[in-house]
Ligand binder design. Sequence first.
Ligand SMILES: [Zn+2]
Length: 87
Amino acid sequence: MFRLFKKKINTEHCPICEYNINECQCLFGGNCHPDRSKRIAVVTDHLYLFSKEQVQHVLKLQKYWCISYDDDEKNNILNEFMDKNKR
Ligand SMILES: [Zn+2]
């Protein structure tokens, strides 16, 4: 069946779940999906490999996830950035 889109059709794929960005499954992550943490780490370490649209998409996901770390030092650095961001 044909679906009509009012907006431009986004043909880019989410680098993490590999679905079309419009159908990205990452926001609904959690228990029913395979662990994507390794994939996420590689993607975020190599954002230069992706298109502008994909990077924007990953940024949106990151805001949603609010990832924290096992490492206290990293968490302190993150808190420092978050504090600065609130001001
Ligand atoms: Zn995704």
